[in-house]
Structure formats: structure tokens, C-alpha cells
Write a protein that binds this ligand. Structure first.
Ligand SMILES: Nc1ncnc2c1ncn2[C@@H]1O[C@H](COP(=O)(O)OP(=O)(O)OP(=O)(O)O)[C@@H](O)[C@H]1O
Ligand SMILES: Nc1ncnc2c1ncn2[C@@H]1O[C@H](COP(=O)(O)OP(=O)(O)OP(=O)(O)O)[C@@H](O)[C@H]1O
Ligand SMILES: [Mg+2]
Ligand SMILES: [Mg+2]
Lengths: 159, 171, 171, 159
């Protein structure tokens, strides 16, 4: 129903902007309905303005800014409607060290209500995982899962 | 409701029966290029019916069945199961069938012949039923919660109408 | 022929006159997200005429002109120059004009009004001329030598006919 | 002319396969003409088979395998027809540590004939650069270039 859509849209927009400002240390972002009159069909526009920069077309954002902006939206949606689990496949690849830290801090906070499955090559992100699974192909072409670290186990011989 | 484990046999490069337990918090998946990390993520999307052939990087649906190596023959069938443990024990009723008990197991099987079978706790059902059972059980799952490799920028590049569908799923 | 330097003023986030000397071997470009690294790569593609509005991440051609910040006004013009130093001093003749000397400077200017000017060693010419001068001078440049961020997989996903154009450029 | 095209196609194919095998430590790859009869119009197909794996549709390659395969092709083209310079924008992002090393070894070899301009966040790739330029935005929204390391200068105060 259009009522439900408007309620979700407005709440998500609020969370999106809050989380964006936390990740970027300022700036502003949001979604806009292209046709306010027609809640049931209207498309959704999106804008994002990193701190100190002018508001521009989202296509001009850098690779890292783009990844962080969409991630802020996703966490904004989860704040409105928690998801039991979430799979992130190398979402941290375009991020610099400072933004990887902001990304991992945020998923750590959100992991109270959501189980995250995070695929990564980034050493810092690996360190923030509670459980770490290694996948190997000892036999060429055949994947095997080995578990390397459990909650509560220090970085002993596990890693 | 929490995600307990993924089991799969013959899914892409996972030729042998593989089981992965998921704990609370953050589970990291690591390994060299080409070892099978994204295949594991594809298996989760495939069981939940949210992966089309295209988004699973194949051309046809049976590209998800283990296709063999230099030393192994291809598999004839693929099966993957997601097991959830329930925190509240209210029985879920679906089309006169009652699902009770601690665990909810969603499975999908596909034969080379093209026959595809979904089951919930070993009882056959349709994909639509899976979504309603998960909804009833409070999984609140949506396909936007699976971000495939290299696709994080999807929402910004999508058409305005496509973006709308994400908000509708969340509403 | 070697690439000596890039100079630009008002190109995207490079509001002030910026000059980068390129040495032999490998030049690394580093910096935080959003600082302007890909913009620098876009400047090189733009001068050589191998960037369309779309591949330069803009919607219209003047998206490459510095659009201002909270404390600076937008620029009215953008200019970028690639300077090459020549190892053999044969003069290059193009349409009765002779280009001799050590350095070959290719420049491109664009005004907000839409007027775009190419020059070689301060002499006005068309984009096609630029490509022939570079060819004559032994630059052997082709657009496949510029790999934009996230686009490395382009060749695998392209249609077979599009892939052909890369081999043709190299032939 | 079709003669020139065929000569380029065959030579590039050879180099592509050689470099692929070096990067992957084996396997096989190549391009195929869809229509042998029509050299002037024929489309080009591509296949790649990492060592020990079956030959499959290139879409099934992993993110890192894809990047490395296309990079092998690009260096194959450069071997046939050297390019004076080449710009690579975060091409190493999907690669694991072992493949980053193979990537940097290859560009070091090719840098005798080609000037490489490599944009990266990877510390190992940064170390292989002869000259390193940092870009900053001390004034929000305005990029500035600072040069940090010159050829011959050790990692002194420059990094
Ligand atoms: N049906 C199948 N049968 C066997 N192997 C398959 C099948 N489908 C895909 N593969 C193989 O799986 C490999 C890719 O695995 P995947 O994409 O999961 O790697 P990855 O660990 O994510 O690597 P990266 O770090 O590079 O992203 C490919 O080499 C491909 O050949
Ligand atoms: N015409 C313009 N005027 C002013 N700023 C611009 C213009 N075009 C793009 N920008 C700004 O440039 C920034 C992007 O820069 P760029 O893509 O070069 O970053 P980057 O260093 O490559 O970052 P990353 O590491 O995330 O890829 C954006 O924040 C964008 O707003
Ligand atoms: Mg992957
Ligand atoms: Mg960039």
C-alpha cells in the first residue's frame, strides 16, 4: 500500500542520511521521489554530497565514495527493517584504509541484530571477523572449506 | 530465527559434500583467487531462489552443477540446504502442513535433466512457499541483503523504477 | 617518444593549475578515496580524445569543468596538456605545417559555452590531426591502453564484434 | 587489410597464451575467430582455462581470474605492438597477495618499453613504483598533487 511505502521511504531516508554522515564525517545524502503524487509507481532518485564538495550527479562519485554511499543505504534499510543475515562479497575492495575501518566498525555495530557473511582479501577486515573460514583448492578445481578461527579463540595457531 | 549452517553437494566447484556452520556476529570467508568464495555466496542466493542464471554468472541454469575437472567426472545433481534454528517455537502452518520444531531446513535440488525440487524440512513445496515460510518465521530476508562481487554500485546505476523495488521489499 | 608531463587547469577536481612529471618506468598514484586519482586518469583520456562523456563518468561534456566547492566558484574553462619529448628529431609534416623540435605538446580546451579547441604545439587542429601526429611520431597509442577503474573485465563481457576492434587497433 | 588483421590476431594470441601461463602457472587460453572465412568482419571469441580446471564459459571465472586474464591479453597486445604508456586504475583491487606479486613482476618487466601510470591502494604495488605521487584534498573538493618518492631515493622521509 502507498501508506506503507511512504512510511518505509521516509524512515529509510532518515537512517541513510545519518549513517552517511557517520561514514563520511559530514556531508549529506538522500533519496527523492520523482513523482510525489504517485506513491505506487514513482521512481526513486538518489543524491550524495561528500563533505565540502558540491552536490553533483552520483555518477561522478569516486569508486570508494560510491561503495560507501550504497553501503550506508543498505545499513539504513537494515536499521528500518533488520535482516537476519547479509552476504557481502569483497565490498571493501575499493576502500582505502581509513574507510575500511569505518566499514568494519559499522558492521560490528550492526552484527548485534544481523549475521554478516563477509568475503574479503583485506587483512583488517579479516581481523574483525568472529569466525574465519578459509577455502582451498588442494585438489585443482575442487573447493574445500576449512575453519580457522572460532569466537573467543585468540590469534593462536588458528590463523 | 538464526542462520545455522549451509550444506551443499555438487554446487559449482564444491564437488564433495560441504558443511559450513555460521556463528553469531561476523563470519569471514577468505582464500586465494578462484578458490570458491563467491561460489559459496552464490549457493546461498540459489537456495533462496534469488539468483537467476545471469546473476549466478552462468548462461544456463545447470551451470551451477559441478562440471568436473581433469580427474573428476561432472555431477548429475546439485543440492544445497540452508538450516535455520528458531528462537520462538510457534508452529508455522502452510497449506495445512505444519512446520514445528527447532530447525527449519530449506533445500533446493537440481538434476541435469532440468528438474528442480524445493523442500522445507524434507517436504516438497514451491519457491513461493519457501518465501512465505521464511516470512512467517520472521526471517525478514530480502535479496538486497546479498551483495555480489563488484555489484555494490548497483543501486546508484539502476533506473529510478528499479530502485523503487528495493524500498518496496523493505516496506 | 616519451610521455613527459601532464598539465591541467580546471579539470574536474583539479581547480588550480597542476603539473605532473612522468619518469621512466612505473609512476604510482596514491591517495584517499575521492581525492582525485581517477580524475587524473580521465584527464589523460580526455586530452587524447578517447573519453566520451559516459566513460568520463559525466552526463554531459562540460561535467569535466571544475564545478566549484562551498568556497570556490565554478571554472568557465578547462585546459589539459600532454607533453611528449621526442627521441628522434625528424620533423613531422601535417597538412603543410611542420612540427619540429624536442617537444610535442597536445592540448585540449573546453569552454562552458561548448566550444572545444585542440592544439599541437600551440597550433590549432582537429582531433583527427592529433591522432595522425601521434602516429607519425611513433607514439603508437591506443585507447585499450587506458584501463578505467572497475572496467578491467570489459573485454570478457564485450560482444565478439566489439572485441575485434581492439585487435584492429593493434594491427 | 585482412592480412594485417590475421597476422596481428595470431601473434597476439600466441603472446596472450604465453603470458597467461606465466601468470597462472599453467592452464591455457586464447581467442578464436567466429567466422574464419570473413577476416574483415568476424567477431572474436575468448576462452580461458586456469590450471587443473575444466574449460568453461569465461563468465564463470572468479573476479581475480577475470582481471588477471584480461591483463594477460593486454600485455600480449603490448608484446606485439608496444604502447608508449599505459594507465591502470586499481586493476590490482580484486587480486590476492600472490597474484598482486605476479602482476607487479610483469609490469616491471614491461616497463622497459612502456611507461606505466598505476593508481592503487595496495601497499605492495606502491613499493614497486619508481616514482610515487600522492593526491590530497587539503582544501575540500580541490585536488592537489604532491610527489613523494623519486627514482634512486630510498624509502627515507619520502614515503
Ligand atoms: N559448475 C561448476 N563446476 C566446477 N567449477 C566451477 C563451476 N562454476 C564455476 N566454477 C569454478 O569456480 C571458480 C570461481 O570461483 P569463485 O568465483 O568462487 O572464486 P573466488 O574465490 O570468489 O575468487 P576471487 O577472489 O578471484 O573472487 C572458477 O575457476 C570456475 O571455473
Ligand atoms: N567537474 C568536477 N568538479 C569538481 N569536482 C569534481 C568534478 N567531477 C568530479 N569531481 C569530484 O571528484 C571526486 C572523485 O574523484 P576520483 O574519482 O578521482 O577519486 P579517486 O581518487 O579515484 O577515489 P577512489 O580511490 O575512491 O577511486 C568526486 O568526489 C567528485 O565530486
Ligand atoms: Mg569472488
Ligand atoms: Mg578512483
Amino acid at each position: 500500500s502507498s501508506e506503507k511505502f511512504r512510511e518505509a521511504f521516509e524512515a529509510i531516508n532518515l537512517h541513510f542520511n545519518e549513517i552517511f554522515q557517520k561514514l563520511f564525517g559530514g556531508g549529506e545524502c538522500g533519496m527523492r521521489l520523482l513523482d510525489e503524487e504517485d506513491l505506487l509507481e514513482s521512481g526513486v532518485d538518489i543524491y550524495a554530497q561528500p563533505p565540502g564538495k558540491k552536490l553533483q550527479n552520483v555518477r561522478l562519485l569516486s569508486g570508494g565514495e560510491e561503495a560507501l554511499t550504497v553501503f550506508a543505504l543498505l545499513m539504513g534499510i537494515f536499521t528500518y527493517r533488520p535482516s537476519r543475515f547479509c552476504v557481502l562479497d569483497e565490498v571493501d575492495a575499493p576502500l582505502d584504509d581509513a574507510n575500511v575501518t569505518r566499514f568494519t566498525n559499522l558492521i560490528q555495530q550492526m552484527s548485534e541484530q544481523t549475521q554478516f557473511i563477509v568475503i574479503t582479501h583485506n587483512k583488517h577486515t579479516m581481523k574483525t571477523a568472529n569466525t574465519l573460514y578459509g577455502i582451498t583448492m588442494e585438489e585443482a578445481g575442487v573447493s574445500q572449506v576449512v575453519s580457522v578461527k572460532f569466537p573467543g579463540q585468540e590469534n593462536g595457531d588458528g590463523s | 530465527l538464526r542462520l545455522d549452517r549451509l550444506e551443499m553437494t555438487g554446487f559449482k566447484s564444491f564437488a564433495d559434500k560441504t558443511s559450513v556452520r555460521f556463528e553469531e556476529g561476523i563470519s569471514g570467508i577468505v582464500g586465494p583467487n578462484g578458490c570458491g568464495k563467491s561460489n559459496l555466496a552464490d549457493a546461498i542466493a540459489w537456495v533462496l531462489g534469488s539468483g537467476t542464471a545471469l546473476s549466478l554468472r552462468g548462461e544456463k541454469m545447470d551451470d551451477v552443477i559441478f562440471s568436473g575437472t581433469r580427474t573428476r567426472r561432472p555431477s548429475g545433481v546439485v543440492e544445497a540446504t540452508l538450516a535455520f534454528s528458531r528462537t520462538d517455537n510457534e508452529p508455522i502452518v502452510l497449506k495445512e502442513t505444519e512446520f514445528s520444531g527447532e530447525v527449519l531446513e530449506i533445500s533446493r535440488k537440481l538434476y541435469r535433466s532440468g528438474e528442480s525440487v524445493y523442500t522445507v524440512n524434507q517436504r516438497r513445496c514451491r519457491l513461493k512457499d519457501i518465501h512465505s515460510v521464511l516470512e512467517e518465521a520472521g526471517l525478514g530476508f530480502a535479496s538486497y541483503a546479498l551483495i555480489a562481487q563488484g555489484k555494490i554500485g548497483w543501486f546508484l546505476r539502476a533506473k529510478p523504477v528499479e530502485r523503487r523495488s528495493v524500498i518496496e521489499e523493505a516496506a
